[in-house]
Ligand binder design. Structure first.
Ligand SMILES: CC(=O)N[C@H]1[C@@H](OP(=O)(O)OP(=O)(O)OC[C@H]2O[C@@H](n3ccc(=O)[nH]c3=O)[C@H](O)[C@@H]2O)O[C@H](CO)[C@@H](O)[C@@H]1O
Length: 354
């Protein structure tokens, strides 16, 4: 039996693609283990699936000043020792890394121990953790065609992003029922990324009185970001994070307002959900979501509303435009060649495993 170590964490976007691969890996008979941080979201998401989980120390590698810049390098070094001894013990045939800072010690230790590592990059340009790991990896899977030019020749493969199969079996009525909604009014699903978004939350809450005249709103607002002031508002419901009911909520949604995290937008594309993307600004990130969103807009999959243009009026205008042109967006998405990539990635894993 071949053994695989999966790694990835920090935010759910660095974990859900690994979760999407689990059924195929199990079917192929892989013995699956997961290395993540001691206390990141990955621990909870993976442990509840019954996959053996090993925590290591993880520090963030920042490009800006933060007092933690003095302590985090020590955590990274500790993480390297821990990853090395875990790989020595587990002796995997292959490592698959979805990115996030916790993956750096794991991929570097894999290289040291002669274990082939595969990296997956779901954003248009590689994140810092993946950039550090690329030279230690055997193969790099990319989600966007544009990404391949940033990757070394011979390593890069355009695969797309693995999407959890259960998202395709949502039930609209179950979703409406879960929210206590009626089938008579269209539904807007708001997703502020896996951690929620204060900017998106505030923008949506400001226009709620107008929105609720015509729509019902399901709001995935992020951990500790629910606002009790809006509880019991007819036609509006907020959740901090949704797991198994997500497929039903997506099926119940006529349109989606979302951040432009790579996994979230690939899921919307695969499910053909007309969407408005509000990418995280370049001031508070490396600008990856802006590039993701612009690529989707160019291809006719999304309506993009940048943070600097986000006002109550522009948001309402975007909602009405996307709702009224939803068939145009669905047609464009139906022609997309960016498909669910599980089979392609499984072939790469099987070919690469020692
Ligand atoms: C702030 C930040 O650093 N964001 C990055 C992070 O986003 P983030 O972690 O938000 O990741 P994505 O938006 O790509 O994916 C979110 C995932 O969480 C799931 N989900 C979300 C809400 C919920 O209630 N339930 C649920 O299951 C979504 O279905 C999706 O699978 O990683 C992405 C992928 O590298 C990047 O593109 C983003 O720029």
């Amino acid at each position: 039996m071949k053994r695989i170590v999966l790694t990835g964490g920090g935010t759910a976007g660095h974990v859900t693609p690994n979760i999407a691969l689990l059924p195929a890996l199990t079917k192929e008979g892989f013995d699956i283990h997961y290395i993540g941080s001691y206390d990141g979201i990955e621990r909870k998401l993976i442990e509840e699936l019954g996959i053996p989980y090993y925590g290591i120390s993880s520090g963030k590698l920042r490009r800006y000043f933060d007092p933690k810049n003095f302590s985090d390098p020590f955590k990274v070094i500790k993480g390297m020792f821990e990853a090395n001894s875990l790989l020595k013990k587990l002796k995997p045939n292959v490592v698959f890394s979805k990115g996030g800072f916790v993956t750096v010690p794991v991929v570097l230790a894999a290289k040291r121990r002669g274990v082939p590592a595969i990296i997956h990059e779901s954003d248009m340009t590689p994140g810092l953790a993946n950039k550090i790991c690329i030279s230690s990896a055997k193969k790099v899977c990319a989600n966007f065609p544009e990404t391949v030019k940033y990757l070394p020749e011979g390593k890069a493969i355009l695969t797309g992003t693995p999407i959890r199969q259960e998202l395709f079996s949502g039930n609209k009525l179950a979703g409406l029922d879960f929210c206590g909604f009626t089938a008579n009014k269209p539904v807007i699903l708001v997703i502020g990324g896996s951690t929620g978004s204060v900017v998106v939350n505030e923008a949506v809450r400001k226009v709620l009185p107008t929105l609720l005249k015509q729509y019902q709103v399901i709001h995935l607002c992020g951990k500790d970001k629910a606002d009790p002031e809006f509880n019991n508002l007819p036609g509006y419901i907020q959740f901090e994070y949704i797991k198994k009911e997500l497929s039903d909520l997506l099926d119940a949604a006529d349109i989606v307002i979302s951040r432009a995290g790579a996994n979230a937008i690939c899921e919307l594309l695969a499910l053909r959900k007309p969407n408005i993307l509000i990418p995280l600004s370049a001031a508070s990130s490396r600008g990856d979501q802006i590039l993701n969103a612009e690529s989707f807009e160019r291809q006719g999959f999304s309506y993009v509303l940048k943070e600097e243009a986000l006002t109550p009026d522009s948001l309402l205008e975007a909602v009405h435009t996307v709702y009224n042109s939803r068939t145009t967006y669905i047609d464009a998405m139906s022609k997309s060649k960016l498909n669910n990539s599980i089979d392609t990635i499984m072939n790469i894993i099987k070919e690469t495993a020692l």
